[in-house]
Every structure is written in structure tokens, then in C-alpha cells.
Ligand binder design. Structure first.
Ligand SMILES: *[C@@H]1O[C@H](CO)[C@@H](O)[C@H](O)[C@H]1NC(C)=O
Ligand SMILES: *[C@@H]1O[C@H](CO)[C@@H](O)[C@H](O)[C@H]1NC(C)=O
Ligand SMILES: *[C@@H]1O[C@H](CO)[C@@H](O)[C@H](O)[C@H]1NC(C)=O
Ligand SMILES: *[C@@H]1O[C@H](CO)[C@@H](O)[C@H](O)[C@H]1NC(C)=O
Ligand SMILES: *[C@@H]1O[C@H](CO)[C@@H](O)[C@H](O)[C@H]1NC(C)=O
Ligand SMILES: *[C@@H]1O[C@H](CO)[C@@H](O)[C@H](O)[C@H]1NC(C)=O
Ligand SMILES: *[C@@H]1O[C@H](CO)[C@@H](O)[C@H](O)[C@H]1NC(C)=O
Ligand SMILES: *[C@@H]1O[C@H](CO)[C@@H](O)[C@H](O)[C@H]1NC(C)=O
Length: 489
């Protein structure tokens, strides 16, 4: 109970400070919100989601007493000096599936000390998972939304009994050990906070750890170190490199597996760049799960981008109309960032069955946007500057079948979930066929997908006291699952 109180107390304090700050600076602050994402994000409190209990200016040079925005930045703007990466071919979901199968069946993908107890445990876990007893009528779980429910269930059970995580204590706040629980990058914050507070999985004894967690926040790294208008994130990359080199020299843990039993969770668009170099060997749980920027299927974990409006009530508004009360065929609203959305608007902006809009005018609580999601059959999740978008999880929350238009985006928990059973994937080049594709989905099939969305969404819920199969556990499970499958037989 102490723990519950502590967490609530923390949130309460945060809220109070937030309002004090709000009154203090609201008049002085001219908010130029340039946020690319749905109009939900326009509230003042949202902008203050980065506000911490200590002085803003001290903590975040980027704040500079004027603007703290959650704007999405065109990556190439911050990367002007870098040569353009080669463009990779677009992988279809079935090609991604093949890639996952291939990495899963490759033995000895990771160096190991075969004699250690931890390795023996991992081998035992792997053997039990691949020989899992077939389950198809589980009462808690709905089989069709998983790749393989037997393996998921078994690996989850073993995780609950076995998994031990060691958390590095090194690193100073706010970049390490601190979190932002609201906004679109909130996923990394919630995970960090819940992981550090966890009693079941965390161990103080590194010799019994299956995983080593590096508790940093990519969003706070940006807010703390990015020099506004510098168009360079080199210092952020250098900072993470320094920190990693320190861990490698100070402790013996890294060298044992060359970092492959280490992991991090990072949601900011720049996280793939900040975790290059040594960190590339770790299991990187990333929201920006873009094959084009180095996301490796079977080694990295795709994190959902959860837009949290209220840290005290992250499940606000969940739900939606039944299929019969969803008159709009498909809905999209947002800034015209990136190359995909303008094409979408140009093709479908005038369609009468679909509502394809630029950003919607703000109304209180963003009710207008949410109502559209709750009354549309399909919700378009089109990439902006980066492949990930909060729309994917919003679609699930409002029971709208997601239509993902974002080439080379690996959807959340790809290793466990059977995304094609509850979402539609359309290659960017096929935007002209959007209407035809959606209309070709029979009513029966639609209702099936609708029901699956309703089941799968529970895996995307944050609870301040984690519960079985919730988002905290799903993230930890995918990291664990990856670790197990990268241990050789
Ligand atoms: C804050 O921003 C202004 C204008 O962008 C700049 O002139 C000033 O030097 C900045 N102050 C700090 C402390 O960075
Ligand atoms: C799921 O995994 C189990 C255990 O490896 C296997 O026996 C079963 O055939 C798999 N089911 C499917 C549908 O792949
Ligand atoms: C499935 O359900 C039936 C009846 O509810 C039960 O008899 C059977 O043992 C279950 N099978 C498994 C694999 O749990
Ligand atoms: C990294 O470490 C070097 C040497 O300790 C130091 O000179 C440099 O300022 C550090 N860079 C960053 C970004 O922390
Ligand atoms: C780990 O290996 C690196 C490179 O070989 C070395 O510089 C470092 O000192 C080693 N760390 C420890 C703790 O021995
Ligand atoms: C460890 O990883 C680095 C890349 O970070 C690689 O250059 C090196 O060869 C690896 N060492 C071993 C022993 O696998
Ligand atoms: C980012 O901006 C550059 C020009 O600064 C542009 O060429 C590029 O297409 C933009 N990228 C995206 C994804 O919008
Ligand atoms: C949509 O309607 C506007 C105004 O009538 C028109 O200018 C535009 O060309 C139309 N777009 C398409 C794709 O038909």
C-alpha cells in the first residue's frame, strides 16, 4: 500500500506543481505549438508535461523561458551534415514475418558463458517455450490476435517465475532515472518509472540477472541537451556514447555478452540515432521502429507510442461505438508532415465516405477528434516525419480498426502479436487504392477485426500498479522473449 500511496502522491505533487507553473508562466509564455500530431495535443497542460519539480531553465536549456513544444522534428533537419542513408527496399509484413522466423531459428546469435546459471536458465526457458503445450481455448487470452498463443502464454509464465533484471544506478537526473508521464513520448517514462519501482523482477544482485537495464529517457535527453536551432544532435549521440563507454569500463557485465543482455526503452524520434555504436548491440525497445533507421527485427523491440493526456487517468475515454454505429468509412486528421500525408490528402481529401483532413481546430478535451475515431470504421495511421504515430494506439483505444500506411514500420510487439488479424497494412505507393482496399473488406471480416481490436487493446493499457498482461508487462515480456531466443541451443 505504501507503494500505491507513493505513486499517487508523486502524481499529485506533479499536478500541483504543474498548475503553479501554469499560472506563473502562462501569461509570459507565447505558445507556438507546432505539433504535427492530432489536435488532442493542443492543451496547455500537455505542453507542460515536460515540466518537472525543479527549475525549468536549469533542467532544460531547450526551454529557455519561451517555448516547450512536443513538436515532431523533420529528422533530416537535425542531420544535415550526415550523408543520406541508402534507401532500403520496402518490406511487406509477410517479409517481416519471414525475417523474424529466420532470426528466431538462427542458433547461437549471442556470445554466452555456457557454464553460468543464468545461461542454463535461459536455455531451459527456451526449450520449454518451443515445446509449449498447445493452447487454443484459453479463457484470459484470445488466440487469434497472437502469432502463437501457446508460446506467448508459456514464455509469459516463465518470465513471471524466472526473470531478474539488474538496473544500472549510474547516470544523473533528468536524463537518467527520471520520467515524463504525459505526452506522446510517455511510453518510455511509464516504463522507466514502473521498472524502477518494481519488486518482482528487479534484482540488486547482477550475478542472477538475465537482463541489464539502462534507465535513460530519450525525450529528457533532447530537452536537456539539444541546442535549439543547432540542427545537430551530435552532442546527444556523443553523450550516450560516453555513458555507455563508462558502463563498459566500470563494470564487467557488458563484456560478457558484448552488451546483448542489456536493454533500453526509448520513444523519442531520435532514439535510433542516439543508440548507435555500442548500444546497437543491446535490445533496443524503440517507438521509432523503422527498419530504414536500423531497427532489427528479432533483436530490437517495437514499443507502442502511447499518447497519455492525463498521468492520473491514462485510460480516459477508452471505448467506442459498435460497428453498426460507425457511419464514416475512414478517418484521418493531422499536420501535413512528411511525404505521405499530402499524398493522402490530395487523393482522398474530397471523398464523401472518408474524412481525410488536415489538423482539426482544437476543442476542449479534443472531443471532436476522439468522436471521429469512435464513429469511424477504419482509422488511418499515416506516417509523419517518423514512421510511428500515436494514432495506432488511439485507434485501438477507440475501437477503430487501424490502417497503417508507413513503409518499413514494425508495429508494436511484432514478435508476439498477429497484427494482420486486426489491422490493415497499405504500402505508401498504394494510397490511390485506399478506398478500394477498405471497401473490399467484407462486413463479416470487419466485425471480426473490430472484436480483435477490443481484445488486443488491453495490452496497451498503463496501470500505475501494473496488472497481468498490461503494457508494462508486455514490454518486459518482449525484451525477455528476445533475450531467450537469442540464447543459443
Ligand atoms: C534564449 O533564446 C534567445 C532567443 O532565441 C537567445 O537570444 C538567448 O541567448 C537564449 N538564452 C539562453 C540562456 O539560452
Ligand atoms: C505454436 O508453438 C507450439 C510450440 O512451439 C507449436 O507446437 C505449434 O505448432 C505452434 N502453433 C502454430 C499455429 O504455429
Ligand atoms: C478447451 O476447452 C474444453 C472445454 O471447455 C476443455 O475440455 C479442453 O481441455 C480445453 N483444451 C485446452 C487445451 O485447454
Ligand atoms: C565525453 O567524455 C569526454 C571525455 O571524458 C568529454 O571531454 C566530453 O565532453 C564528453 N562529452 C559529452 C557529450 O558528454
Ligand atoms: C571491456 O572491453 C573493453 C574493450 O575490449 C575494454 O576497454 C574494457 O576495459 C573492458 N571492461 C572491463 C570491465 O574489463
Ligand atoms: C562487440 O560489438 C562491437 C560493436 O559494438 C563489435 O565491433 C565487436 O566485434 C564485438 N565483439 C565481439 C567479441 O563480438
Ligand atoms: C525533411 O526536410 C527536407 C528538407 O529540409 C526534405 O527534403 C525532406 O523530404 C523532409 N523529410 C520528410 C520526411 O518530410
Ligand atoms: C477537392 O476540392 C477542391 C475544392 O472544390 C478542389 O480544388 C480540389 O482540386 C479537389 N481535389 C481533388 C483531389 O479532387
Amino acid at each position: 500500500m505504501d507503494h500505491v500511496f507513493g505513486f499517487t502522491h508523486y502524481l499529485y505533487l506533479k499536478q500541483t506543481i504543474k498548475w503553479i507553473c501554469l499560472f506563473g508562466i502562462a501569461s509570459a509564455v507565447l505558445l507556438t505549438v507546432q505539433y504535427s500530431q492530432p489536435p488532442i495535443f493542443r492543451s496547455l497542460s500537455f505542453l507542460l508535461s515536460g515540466v518537472k519539480s525543479h527549475s525549468l531553465k536549469d533542467s532544460y536549456p531547450a526551454f529557455n523561458g519561451s517555448v516547450i513544444t512536443e513538436k515532431r522534428t523533420n529528422l533530416s533537419m537535425a542531420d544535415e551534415k550526415r550523408p543520406k542513408p541508402e534507401t532500403l527496399p520496402v518490406l511487406s509484413i509477410s517479409q517481416m514475418n519471414e525475417l523474424l522466423q529466420k532470426t528466431r531459428s538462427a542458433p547461437h546469435s549471442v556470445p554466452s558463458q555456457l557454464s553460468s546459471r543464468v545461461d542454463q536458465e535461459l536455455l531451459e526457458a527456451k526449450s520449454q517455450i518451443v515445446n509449449a503445450i498447445i493452447t487454443n481455448n484459453d479463457t484470459d487470452l484470445y488466440a487469434l490476435i497472437y502469432r502463437n498463443i501457446s508460446m506467448f502464454k508459456r514464455s509469459y509464465e516463465i518470465m513471471e517465475h524466472m526473470l531478474k533484471v539488474y538496473i544500472y544506478k549510474d547516470g544523473e537526473k533528468p536524463i537518467f532515472h527520471d520520467s515524463i508521464l504525459e505526452g506522446i513520448y510517455a511510453c518510455e517514462g511509464w516504463f522507466l518509472k514502473l521498472m524502477e519501482a518494481n519488486k518482482q523482477f528487479v534484482t540488486e544482485d547482477p550475478s542472477e540477472a538475465h537482463l541489464f537495464y539502462i534507465p535513460f529517457s530519450s525525450r529528457l535527453l533532447e530537452l536537456t541537451l539539444y541546442v535549439p536551432h543547432s540542427h545537430s544532435r551530435d552532442n546527444l549521440i556523443q553523450f550516450m556514447k560516453n555513458h555507455t563507454e563508462m558502463l563498459i569500463t566500470k563494470y564487467s557485465f557488458w563484456n560478457r555478452t558484448n552488451g546483448s543482455d542489456h536493454f533500453l526503452a526509448a520513444c523519442h524520434d531520435w532514439a535510433p540515432a542516439e543508440t548507435r555504436g555500442h548500444l546497437l548491440n543491446t535490445i533496443r525497445a524503440l517507438c521509432n521502429a523503422d527498419i530504414q533507421t536500423g531497427f532489427q527485427i528479432g533483436k530490437d523491440v517495437s514499443l507502442p507510442t502511447t499518447y497519455v493526456q492525463s498521468a492520473t487517468n491514462p485510460l480516459k475515454n477508452v471505448g467506442g461505438e459498435p460497428p453498426s454505429n460507425r457511419p464514416t468509412l475512414a478517418f484521418f486528421a493531422g499536420h501535413m508532415h512528411g511525404h505521405v500525408r499530402p499524398v493522402l490528402l490530395a487523393h482522398w481529401g474530397n471523398d464523401t465516405d472518408m474524412k481525410i483532413l488536415t489538423r482539426m481546430p482544437h476543442v476542449k478535451g479534443n472531443q471532436n477528434y476522439i468522436d471521429h475515431m469512435k464513429t469511424s470504421k477504419f482509422c488511418i495511421c499515416a506516417r509523419g516525419f517518423a514512421v510511428h504515430s500515436p494514432r495506432v494506439v488511439e485507434s485501438l483505444f477507440y475501437n477503430c480498426v487501424p490502417v497503417i500506411i508507413s513503409d518499413n514500420y514494425v508495429p508494436p510487439f511484432f514478435d508476439v502479436l498477429n497484427w494482420e488479424s486486426f489491422a490493415v497494412f497499405i504500402p505508401e505507393k498504394d494510397i490511390p487504392n485506399l478506398r478500394t482496399v477498405l471497401l473490399s473488406i467484407s462486413r463479416e471480416k470487419y466485425v471480426e477485426m473490430f472484436e480483435r481490436v477490443k481484445k488486443v487493446r488491453e495490452h496497451f493499457f498503463w496501470h500505475s500498479e501494473p496488472v497481468k498482461y498490461d503494457l508494462f508487462h508486455m514490454i518486459l515480456h518482449s525484451v525477455w522473449y528476445t533475450r531467450v531466443f537469442r540464447t543459443g541451443f
